[in-house]
Design a binder for this molecule. Sequence first.
Ligand SMILES: Nc1nc2c(ncn2[C@@H]2O[C@H](COP(=O)(O)OP(=O)(O)OP(=O)(O)O)[C@@H](O)[C@H]2O)c(=O)[nH]1
Ligand SMILES: [Mg+2]
Length: 336
Amino acid sequence: MKAITFIDRARLYVYAGNGGNGCASFRREKYIPHGGPDGGDGGRGGSVILRADKNVDSLLDLYYEPHRRAEHAGPGRGKQCTGRDGRDLRVKVPPGTLVRHEADGALVGELLADGQELVVARGGRGGLGNMHFATSSHRAPRECTPGTPGEQFILRLELKSIADIGLVGYPNAGKSTLLRALTAARPKVAAYPFTTLHPVIGTLELGDAESLRIADIPGLIDGAHRGVGLGHDFLRHIERTKLLVFVVDMAGVDGRDPSDDWDSLQRELELYNAELARRPGLVVANKMDLPEAEERLKDFRKKTKTRPIPISALAGEGVARLREELVRRWETLAGA
Ligand SMILES: Nc1nc2c(ncn2[C@@H]2O[C@H](COP(=O)(O)OP(=O)(O)OP(=O)(O)O)[C@@H](O)[C@H]2O)c(=O)[nH]1
Ligand SMILES: [Mg+2]
């Protein structure tokens, strides 16, 4: 069996800690015969807090360990001592995680930026000790109140990767090869479809400490919007990108006509999310090192009325130009 390495949906059970009970106690000291009430309050229960961490890229840990508990608080004690607070529990999630309540699907929140936190279950409040109940006519109160229970929820977490640019194309078109050529990411490349089984993000360094995140997702095929193949499940990972790069196998290695591929890609995006289909895009004609490609590119230009950038992701041909074009387009988008 293949080991699971990537999970982008997970159910999470969160249990905040209970507040500590208040305490009923009376002061006892030598030479003070009737000491007043001195029972302290209970502590506050620990909360469960999700925290976005850029070093985490999947919900895998939550899949293996779906129950997360924060600490209960300690009870109040005599001599007006307040109980110990329960420690908060922080759970790391990848930036781009959406959190919903399992029960009704209501959105609890989203974690986008590295370091962002979201309290998903609040710890219980501490109960009051009997020292609070003393009045002039009621000097020896025995009342105290219990702590309140911590919140408990079943949550549904969903990851939508955060990347600036998304690579879209048929299986085998060369998306992963291109990501390797543009960035230091090392997604698997192989001569068969559906090599990439989950999104991989690479970083294109622009200098000046600036960088662009590029998402490589599994290839799309006809019917992807209906869930055929793997693509649909991963389209949401490019929903947050600002620029799409369509990678087309111009050599037609798998026996398809590149312009048909282009039409299908457009249609699949349109059916999945019309807004996504209208997003700014750039067409890349890949595999230009193969002999059939030149002729097909001419045909492609005519049929699709697009202006693809010819490259060979494998040989690195044209990749520098593509990189410049990506940066240029990106800067135009950022300035707009
Ligand atoms: N000749 C040639 N072959 C290429 C080029 N780019 C990619 N390939 C080959 O095409 C095959 C598929 O490449 P991948 O990068 O795995 O394709 P992909 O689009 O990521 O495929 P999936 O992950 O299955 O969707 C591999 O055998 C690559 O070596 C290219 O520019 N020229
Ligand atoms: Mg791939």
